[in-house]
Design a protein around this ligand. Structure first.
Ligand SMILES: [Zn+2]
Length: 220
């Protein structure tokens, strides 16, 4: 099990607290204390009562982490990322637990902005934009594969609106919102953080060259 606070993997020694039964079903709170950061992870578990089955599996239908909320352990967008994009990404993380649909829609919108403004693809529908960026071979293979997988995991074929109106709130597939956010983190690194770090290094080197009365490096 992974700690929602510090991402440590820990062996769960889960405390199960039965809250009660109501017309909505059985309500239980599961919790563990993370051995690394010492913080408590809590989930609300619920489901209809099923007297024909015994014990735990008789009610587990839905598990909702509430402390921390799902996605709360995600770091905000790095400071190098353009402001509007960073805001949308941070919001996509904040709403992940309560509305994966909204999170995925915001994530797709971020992806489209990056492809258009930074990968310089021709504005068209998102699926074709992904094709264009893959064909351009400007991305490392692992990022290209992850972008390609967004279409498969999100089942764009069954939801063409994800391509035509990327920011529209539509049905979400299991793991889609998470996957989109993970891919955005890699794209932030590639288009914002990496180049900013490279520029910092060049500036530092150029300052040394200037001290030595040598000409600066050529612009890349
Ligand atoms: Zn922890």
């Amino acid at each position: 099990m992974q700690c929602g606070h510090c991402s440590a993997d820990y062996h769960p020694d889960t405390k199960v607290q039965h809250v009660g039964i109501d017309p909505g079903g059985v309500w239980v709170i599961e919790s563990e204390k993370c051995p690394r950061c010492g913080r408590i992870n809590m989930r609300l578990v619920s489901g209809p009562e099923n007297p024909s089955r015994q014990g735990y599996m008789s009610y587990v239908q839905k598990t909702r982490p509430f402390h921390p909320k799902e996605g709360a352990s995600r770091k905000p967008a790095p400071p190098e990322v353009a402001k509007g994009l960073a805001e949308d990404y941070n919001e996509a993380c904040a709403v992940l637990a309560d509305s994966p649909k909204s999170s995925a829609a915001l994530g797709r919108r971020c992806l489209q902005i990056i492809l258009r403004e930074h990968a310089k693809v021709k504005p068209q529908d998102l699926s074709n934009e992904i094709d264009e960026v893959l064909a351009s071979k400007q991305l490392p293979t692992y990022i290209a594969n992850d972008i390609d997988a967004i279409r498969h995991i999100g089942n764009f074929a069954a939801h063409p609106i994800k391509s035509t109106n990327s920011g529209e709130i539509v049905e979400v597939e299991d793991g889609e919102a998470d996957w989109t956010l993970d891919t955005l983190v890699q794209l932030f690194d590639h288009y914002f953080v990496g180049p900013a770090e490279a520029e910092k290094k060049r500036d530092a080197l150029n300052a040394k060259l200037a001290d030595a009365k040598k000409p600066p490096l050529k612009k890349p």
